[in-house]
Structures are given as C-alpha cells and as structure tokens.
Ligand binder design. Structure first.
Ligand code: NDP
Length: 491
C-alpha cells in the first residue's frame, strides 16, 4: 500500500476531512467556521489572472540555445560566443483570440524566447513574421482594437479590420504575409521566428552594429488552407498544443537554425528604407543571413499555468553586448511589456521561478506584490549609495552613446514612405498557386464589408501589383456568386 503524505491546509496543519463540509446537524446549514471550505472556494475564485489583451492563447516549452558560429567581432554578449550553451524557454501564441480560442486560426504567431544567460535574462519577443502592421506605437492600441471584439455586437469585425488596414498602407506588407500560406501554419514546430525589430550588437571595443535575429524552422514549413483549418477546428480546438506537447513527450525535439543579419552602424544613414521601420525587412541580398547556432525545445513544462501563463517576456530584458535601437515600436514595447506583467502578475513578477534569472540578482526594489525573496545579504544595505557594501553599478556594462539628430516633433511617418515595394517583392516570390490562395484568403476575410472600404484596399493592392488587385477582385466576385447559389439553395 502507498504511504500517502498527509493532506494539509496551506498553513501546514493536517486536514481531518476533505469529503464532507461542516454542518449544524446532518440536514442543517453550513458553519462559517468551516475555514477549509471557505478557503477552497476562495482559491477557486482567484484561479484566473488577467489574460493578456493580445497573445492570450499560448503554448510553450523549455530548451537550449547552442552557438556554433563566431560573431565575436560584432558582440561581446556571452550568450552569443562560440560554443555557448544557454537554457531557455519559448512561448508561442496567436494574437487576437482569447485564452480559450481555437489554435488553427489564420493569425500571426507570437514567437517569444527567454534565454537564462549568465549576465541575466535576454528576452527576444517576436513573431513568425519579420514585419508588423504598424510602425508607430501611437497606432498600436487602435490596431489591436480592430482585431478584438466590437463593443456592441461583441463579435470580431472584418469591417473594422479592413477599414483600419486600408487607411494604414504601412500594414500591406504584414497583411500580405498574413493572407499568404504562412498565415495559417499547422502548428508552431513548422514556423520561422523573427526578432522582427532591429537591435544593437556591441563588441569588446564598444562598437555598435545593427542586427536582425531570425530562427528558421528545421522541420520545414507546413500550412493549412482555410478549408483545412476549419475542418481541424471542428475536430479539435487544441491542435497546436497537441502537436508541440506530443512531439516533445515523444522525444521528437523541434529545432530552429539561428541566424543574424548585421548592418554597420553608419549604414543606417544610407539605406533607401528606414532600417528601424518595423514594416520593412532588410533585403537578404544587402545583408545576408549568417548562421550562428541552433535552438532546440526538449522539455515540456510541468505546470502550464506556473510556467507558460506566468512566463513574462519583455523586450526590455537585454544583456551586455546586446542593445536596443531607435525602432519606435521597440521603444514602446520596452515600456509596455514589463508594465503588462506588473499589472497581470504583480510588482515582483521577475522573482517567480520561471522568470527568475539563473544568475545572482541584486537590486534595491523593495516592497509590493510577491515580495517573497530574501533581503540583500547585508540587511542595512537597502538603499544606494550606502556605506555597508551593498551592490554597486558596473560601468563596464555601458553601451556606446546612441547618436541622435533632429528636432523633437511629430514627424508624419506616411509621407515619403514606400509601403509598396517590399510587399511587391514578396508577391513576386509567390507561384501561381500561392497567388491564387492569397486572393481567395483575402476574399474570405473581406467578404461582406462595405464596398467603399473594399475599393480603398483594392487601390493599395493595385499599387503593389496590378495582378494582385485583379486577383482579389475576381476572388471576391467568385465568392459573391458562390454565396448567392448557396443562399438560393437554402431557401
Ligand atoms: P529573398 O528572395 O532573399 O528572400 C525572400 C524570403 O521570403 C525567403 O527567404 C523567405 O524568408 C521569405 N518567404 C518565402 N515565402 C514566404 C511567405 N509565404 N511568407 C513570408 N515570407 C516568405 O528576398 P529579399 O530578402 O529581398 O526579400 C524579398 C521579400 O521577401 C521581402 O520584401 C519580404 O516580404 C520577404 N521576406 C524577407 C525577409 C528578409 O529578412 N529579407 C524575411 C522574410 C520574408 P525566410 O528565409 O525567412 O523563410
């Protein structure tokens, strides 16, 4: 017979009966002094924390990053030195759906990585796309509102989505990727990940280089058509969780090739596109991808809530040798991601085991929610500067100054910005079948919205390529005809 441990209260006292509540007589009411009953009900009421307003539905696993290449001339980051092996966790997600949404939906996939380096946590919080819908964070809350539910109908609104996109031509690049095959991946083992923003690399001589990070799937790309996706959702809403969890349980560990594109600091003044614009890629021909390592996911979390729901990624987490850039979206996310975690999880969210660095941590933040960690070893050193040998700054971690020029103003980011050439370069990569699926995916997504919005968006497709606009227009006409036949048959 198993030697069971004693069930206790959360205060450690033995629980005498976990089957029957305390009542006044067998048929009588409950007693307020049944503290364990109240404690169980109160805990249940508190089992949910605020879900992420975006990227609420997620899947994740632990793994390792191994560096095989040598970019030491560009960066002194220990995590990126040849031979470095670093423990990490990844969380993937859809963007728009709530925590219970179906997995097999057409949407961008979040691709968030936390590397537990010896110099602190480095978080790379990107997507499966190298670009984004907007380039100015002023527009981010508006954009997200169009992806979420309408305030009156509580339904998703294609009208709102296409109204916003057609009034924001910088979205065309990302919209084209979203509506292409890569917009509905079968799971997350078969997607690429992109750090998306431009970051800095800083070398031992304190020189800065601009960098883009890429993670290329070694499993190959796999996608579903809209019809296949609908079929999958009809059978299971958890297709990605089943795939990732199942593969890792079976020892089939997914891997990604890690690559960087590197730009000398002075080049940022010369490119004919703004290299800090999140709606643009750096063409591979100008800045080739350099292989630097392999990321492998090889351990499922033991507790989904503790390790995936509470895993707090933030682009603010960088380490010596890696820095930010003037990308406006990155600058806003450096504030807003950490702030989201302070709200969702509590002030000291970084002390939770999944978020805690694997290196020593010494700071002077004091009280607040989740203050469950010990004092500095010297309790008198609780402010800085102090005379009691408390932790001190390390000037060697400083970055070179970031060169800036220009007057503070609200510069119109749409004037003189070419929003069409890069979507065109992508469109021209697609073969005829890919183009035809692009047209029909857009027609599915646009169907039923007001004509004036359709026409405005077709005007943007026309500027990308005449075939793009003509293809979408034909797909919309075909869909309208098919819908008419379907409606008449039903009557
Ligand atoms: P390249 O021909 O060198 O690169 C084209 C890249 O397009 C491929 O390497 C692949 O990226 C990506 N790609 C292929 N099919 C799709 C798809 N269905 N959805 C999204 N991406 C796809 O040309 P350029 O570097 O000059 O880029 C041309 C266009 O390719 C860009 O305008 C951009 O739209 C797209 N692209 C470029 C990337 C870059 O960093 N330069 C990255 C991703 C897309 P991958 O190797 O990452 O799988």
């Amino acid at each position: 017979m198993t030697d069971h441990k004693t069930l206790t209260t959360s205060a450690g006292a033995p629980v005498p009966d976990n089957q029957n509540s305390l009542t006044a007589g067998e048929r009588g009411p409950l007693l307020l002094q049944d503290y364990q009953l109240i404690e169980k009900l109160a805990h249940q009421n508190r089992e949910r924390i605020p879900e992420r307003p975006v990227h609420a539905k997620g899947w994740g696993a632990f793994g390792t990053l191994t560096i095989t290449g040598d970019i030491s001339k560009y960066t002194r980051a220990k995590v990126l030195q040849p031979g470095a092996k670093t423990e990490m966790i990844a969380r993937f997600s859809t963007v728009a759906g709530e925590a219970g949404a179906a997995d097999a939906e057409r949407d961008v996939r979040g691709f968030a990585l936390k590397f537990y380096t010896e110099d602190g946590n480095w978080d790379l919080v990107g997507n499966n796309t190298p670009v984004f819908f907007v380039r100015d964070p002023y527009k981010f809350p508006d954009f997200i509102h169009t992806q979420k539910r309408h305030p009156k109908s509580n339904l998703r609104s294609p009208t709102a989505m296409w109204d916003f996109w057609s009034l924001s031509p910088e979205s065309l690049h990302q919209v084209t990727i979203l509506m292409s095959d890569r917009g509905l991946p079968t799971d997350v083992r078969h997607i690429n990940g992109y750090g998306s923003h431009t970051f800095s690399l800083i070398n031992a001589d304190n020189e800065r280089f601009w960098v883009k990070f890429h993670f290329k799937t070694m499993q190959g790309h796999r996608h579903w058509t809209n019809a296949e996706g609908a079929d999958v959702v009809g059978r299971t809403r958890e297709s990605t969780q089943e795939d990732l969890f199942g593969a890792i349980e079976n020892g089939d560990f997914p891997k990604w090739k890690m690559q960087v594109q590197i730009m000398p600091e002075a080049d940022a003044e010369k490119t004919d596109y703004n290299p800090f614009d999140l709606t643009k890629v750096w063409p591979h021909g100008d800045y080739p991808c350099i292989d630097i390592g392999v990321m492998e996911l090889n351990r499922n979390p033991d507790n989904y809530f503790a390790e995936i729901e509470q895993c707090a990624f933030s682009p603010s987490n960088i380490v010596p040798g890696i820095g930010y850039s003037p990308d406006k979206m990155l600058q806003a996310r450096v504030f807003s991601y950490a702030d989201a975690h302070r709200h969702r999880l509590g002030t000291h969210y970084e002390a939770l085991p999944v978020n805690a660095p694997h290196c020593p941590v010494h700071h002077y933040h004091k009280d607040g929610q989740m203050r469950f960690f010990a004092n500095n070893p010297i309790p008198d050193a609780y402010y800085e500067p102090n005379s009691f040998d408390g932790p001190v700054e390390q000037p060697s971690a400083a970055e070179p100054p970031l060169k800036v020029s220009g007057d503070a103003d609200r510069y119109n980011h749409r004037i003189g910005n070419d929003d069409y050439s890069q979507p065109r370069a992508l469109f021209e990569l697609f073969d005829d079948d890919q183009k035809s699926r692009l047209y029909s995916n857009i027609a599915d997504a646009m169907f039923g919205i007001p004509d004036f919005i359709t026409e405005r968006q077709l005007g943007h497709f026309e500027k990308v390529h005449a075939d793009y606009a003509a293809g979408v227009r034909a797909a919309l006409i075909a869909k309208t005809a098919a819908q008419k036949v379907h409606t008449e048959a039903a009557e």
